[in-house]
Design a protein around this ligand. Sequence first.
Ligand code: S3P
Length: 428
Amino acid sequence: MINKTIVKGLNGKITVPGDKSISHRAVMFGALAEGKTTIYGFLKGEDCLSTINCFRDLGVQIKVDQDKVEILSEGISSFKQPLSPLNVGNSGTTIRLLMGILSNINFPTTLIGDSSISKRPMKRVIQPLRQMGAKIEAKANDNLTPIKIMGTQLKGIDYKLSVSSAQVKSALLLAGLFADGITTITEPEKSRDHTERMLSNFGVEVNWHPDSLKISLKGKQKLQAKTISVPGDISSASFFIVAATIVPNSDIIIKNVGLNPTRTGLIDVLKTMGASITVENIQGEGYEPYGDIRVKSAQLKGIVIGGEIIPRLIDEIPILALAATQATGTTIIKDAQELKVKESNRIETVVNELKNMSADISSTDDGMFIKGCSNLKGTRVDSHNDHRIGMMLKIASLVAEGQTIVDNENVINISYPHFNQDLKSLLE
Ligand code: S3P
């Protein structure tokens, strides 16, 4: 069991697993393309395996060998009606993007998931899809699973998103890809743009610019099969970036981490707070840039985090909250109400579990308020079946006095099956 007294610092090099968002999309786009798509560096976590299983149930041939995936498809028109409901497990990306794809198909489908998915809002995708002509039904006033999709020919729309969500944006772009006419989406703030980048890579004409909030594409386009290399997931790396920052005497390198600017908000914020982070060997410009991240221990200071940076670090807020407990002064996280509809209500789960460990933290309507330099105390805490809460608590145990036991820790397999091995290697 790890606790502060036995941790001498994190040292060494690790390579985090493939990016979850990009792995999902690579499977989906490979299934939609005609020919053979090969994916290297695929994240073999439970969420991305749920995506593979759904496409296998739709009749697509997919071979998985470690982190290499081969997809053989003849495109959307070759999909077969599944024999039972498609089960997305815990994966919000799978269900929302599939809704966009399946709305255009000429047979009915039903989407189900686990108990966390059954609480997450789907109306944000259903409403605009209906405007495109989709025939969809869902529970609880069109919001919750199971989702029944009849399948019909859609038409393009011009739609302004009310929340900045890459899942909703991507669902609508995928629906627009097979619809009649043009689909244009405008976001309130820039969310991750992996769909736009990968569609271009698969030969689709997308009107899009990395700095623009507007994306449009013409329907009835074909995707060409591709070879895709998935960079390491910066959201997975973030746990070790924070760990090396807050544990004294640390100096680590994380290799081949995805550096798409829509995902690097955590690095920007930690640097402003005083972290020692350098990025080296940047490659892959244009498609999905990646590089090596070196992190050394540093004393952080509290800041206010809010506004347009929030979508660039939305999944990193649990680990950022832990970093703030070790910073001098106060950190305020605001404009982050989306946290309430993630795998758990992350405002509630982060605040309650860190409070259990004696942090000075309280929730607000759109974020949290954290007073710094807490002496955390080890105790029994719970992941609430949320992978990012589980990993954040494991890192918290490194700076806590006494023993920390994380209940329901296995949920970490959703996005980072080798998390514990990587952590152990940095502590040796
Ligand atoms: C994701 C988008 C984000 C993020 C999620 C993955 C994606 O969700 O939190 O982990 O792959 O598109 P929202 O679209 O709900 O913001």
